[in-house]
Design a protein around this ligand. Structure first.
Ligand SMILES: [Zn+2]
Length: 338
């Protein structure tokens, strides 16, 4: 049921469909837009349309079907296809290196094995090192006719203009809450939960996927959010106790502690955003609808200027995490800052 995971982006799908049907494909596409909108899913889906002969007509809305219907398409979607190269930046690296680009370029030299096209998808394309970009430009300048390159980025401005000028740029925007709500209803969520989850997604389909696989995770998210909201009005010692119960750093490896902390900070930011919205009497846009009453109580007593300070602190904390500051230290700094 891989295709059923595409939510929204109808205009983009139609555009790609038309380019394919009318034989007006670009050699290079840039999918630009914030993280979590489904750029990688659509890039892979486009690759299935380019490579698989079973379905050379881009059907949209995608027909829900079993993943086993076409093994070739499935191999593309799960990232093990011979003619689809996917390059992603390693989590512990700041850049995609020139060696990785050379390897990719080499694998593009041989003709496709399965169909008419070879597809190269480069995620975080803005993190190509300068040398890697230059090496890559050579591939773009003299493309083999069978190569389609899809660059994914959330920071178009960081791509060299020489790359942008050779590509078809496609901008991705947040998906409407209605579309996401409809998708959740189709996946058997109650209207109440569907509305709550859709509001939390802020238009980002990837944010709802964990709940599709395991609806009980949403109950867990709700519990954690209540606890996190409690931090804002708790005494200093209680703040530490609550964050310990949420993060439980003891016994965690660095990567796990890091991803828990990222999630913690993102959720806290979203909660603070709700507090600001309520302080400005904008109830409609609140994302944690399931705890509206509790949020309203906090919004009344938590000074607005402190929310601002805390948001800036959390944004700094996210940058600190990126520069390898210990997650426990990052959280501690937040907890003592208000
Ligand atoms: Zn197929």
């Amino acid at each position: 049921m891989l295709q059923s995971h595409i939510i929204g982006h109808d205009t983009i799908l139609n555009f790609l469909d038309t380019s394919l049907k009318t034989d007006r494909l670009s050699h290079t596409y840039i999918f630009n837009g914030q993280r979590g909108l489904g750029k990688m899913t659509i890039a892979k889906y486009f690759a299935t349309k380019l490579i698989c002969k079973n379905q050379n007509i881009f059907v949209y809305p995608p027909v829900q079907r079993s993943a086993n219907d076409c093994q070739l398409c499935e191999s593309i979607m799960v990232g093990v296809n011979l003619d689809t190269m996917i390059l992603t930046k390693a989590e512990d690296k700041k850049n995609i290196s020139i060696n990785e680009i050379r390897e990719l370029s080499l694998s593009l030299v041989t003709k496709p094995v399965l169909g008419q096209y070879k597809v190269a998808i480069i995620d975080d394309a803005d993190s190509l090192s300068l040398e890697a970009s230059n090496a890559f430009l050579k591939t773009l300048e003299e493309p083999y006719p069978y190569i389609i390159i899809i660059l994914l980025t959330s920071k178009l401005r960081f791509l060299p203009s020489t790359v942008i000028s050779r590509a078809q740029v496609i901008n991705f925007y947040p998906v409407s809450i209605d579309k996401i709500y409809g998708f959740l209803i189709k996946n058997n969520f109650s209207p109440d939960d569907a509305l709550n989850i859709a509001s939390l997604s802020l238009g980002s389909p990837s944010k709802i996927m964990p709940y599709i696989g395991d609806p009980s995770k949403f109950d867990q998210y709700k519990d954690n959010s209540f606890k996190m909201l409690g931090i804002l009005t708790a005494s200093l010692s209680d703040r530490f106790q609550i964050s310990d119960s949420l993060l439980g750093f003891k016994g965690l490896g660095f990567n796990e502690a890091l991803s828990n902390t990222q999630l913690f900070l993102d959720t806290l930011l979203l909660i603070l955003r709700d507090v600001i919205l309520l302080q400005n009497h904008n109830h409609q846009a609140v994302s944690h609808r399931f705890m509206l009453e509790q949020l309203e109580r906090v919004a009344k007593v938590f000074p607005m200027f402190k929310v601002g300070i805390l948001i800036r602190k959390i944004e700094q904390a996210k940058r600190d995490l990126y520069s390898n500051v210990l997650p426990s230290l990052v959280v501690e700094n937040i907890l003592i800052s208000f």
